[in-house]
Design a protein around this ligand. Sequence first.
Ligand code: FAD
Length: 437
Amino acid sequence: MKTILASFVAIVALAWGVDMLSPAHLSTGSGLWALRQEGLYLTGLLSISLMSLAMVLATRPVWLERPFGGMDRIYRLHKWSGILAVTFAALHWLVEMSDDLLKALVGRGGRIKEGTSAFAEPIRDLGEELGEWAIYVLLGLLALTLWKRFSYRLWRPLHRAMPVLYLVLAFHSVVLAPADYWSQPIGLLLALLLTAGSIASVQSLTGRIGRKRRVTGSVVALNNPGSDIIEVSCHLDGKWQGHRPGQFAFVTFDAAEGAHPFTIASADHGDRSVTFAIKALGDYTRTLTGKLSVGSPVEVEGPYGRFDISRVNKRARQIWIAGGIGITPFLAWLETLQDEPASGLCADLHYSVRDAKTDPFVKRLQSLCAALPDVRLHVHDRHNGPLTAEALAKEQQDRKGVEVWFCGPRGYADALREGLQAFSGRIRFHQEAFEMR
Ligand SMILES: Cc1cc2nc3c(=O)[nH]c(=O)nc-3n(C[C@H](O)[C@H](O)[C@H](O)COP(=O)(O)OP(=O)(O)OC[C@H]3O[C@@H](n4cnc5c(N)ncnc54)[C@H](O)[C@@H]3O)c2cc1C
């Protein structure tokens, strides 16, 4: 993710640099004023470019799943490009506000007359004012996004205003971009990004994101394997194309609440049935048991994701690790493997739970693994101690290729990944992120 973002920022900065050095460049100021002017343009360009990227990524582009490694990673990239965009917007605002300071420091000598396009002159003030207000709103939204205690339920409708803010800032950028940009590579890049971002914004505002992948259905069975877990089996209508084991979907049981992402915890039997195992982790999931009944309608959008058993490298030693409800993709994997127990896959499945005796999934896992001679189940709980990177690395010491597939809390993943890297660089670590904000 860091490489993608760094490359994107580098391309925009390069295009800006090409314009700076070109004879068509219109900046006429000198000294600190020239520096301020170019700083203003660069921060503005980086901000709107990253915002365009964030907007495009918000449309759930399935074609980017393969290069980017899955929809959960696309969402993380969306989040970080958004955060960086607002950071550059804040810098842009600070540079803009330095006007009075520079006047006091070096006087008006060398001050630049900004060369916007002729068509934009009459609406320049409007563009400036709208841009300034949009930045204040953006900063407020960023603060709420980073403040994890702010309820997701309240945050989501606020976040839905982003496409409107984007369109305002796109207008600000077109009106205030220097005239010479439009005959330079930077102008072409900006036009492409603004067009893509604007199309994405309209898609979002008109509710078209993911529409083609949405199917309806109904709840056909409910089960409570544990006090805080509900298993919901659904039958979907004819448009459902099936799923690969390990994929997830956006599930809507209640239109007013909207969609929540859940892994499809069952194999694809070709009969358009899917089961979700849902843990009561927050406001909404805590109320599900009381709200759902057999026959309740459901809308499922998907499938998405690349935490997919078909991507497992059969020649590599497989380490599968699940923390708590992160077991759901592995349930789908194990169920799928029941039809081909001699698939040649050798795996150790490590399942970390609070208490193995009361856990709702341990018995099921034992029975699924009993039919798979090459999959060994290890359950870790407070009685036998946690799974550590050190213990894992020791087991893998003499092995050539090792692949880790992890699904569970982020902190646990980070600790294991860092620990394993310290022991050996040969381990490939795949992770499904259960957090989108
Ligand atoms: C790819 C993926 C697969 C998942 N699979 C499962 C699963 O199989 N079983 C399971 O129990 N949980 C799963 N989750 C987590 C599940 O989506 C959240 O626990 C649930 O949405 C929490 O909703 P809440 O309103 O009860 O909790 P809240 O307290 O409101 O939210 C807790 C956190 O859940 C996330 N979240 C909440 N609502 C949404 C939403 N509408 N869209 C996206 N994220 C949201 C946010 O990160 C939020 O901070 C998965 C998450 C992801 C991203």
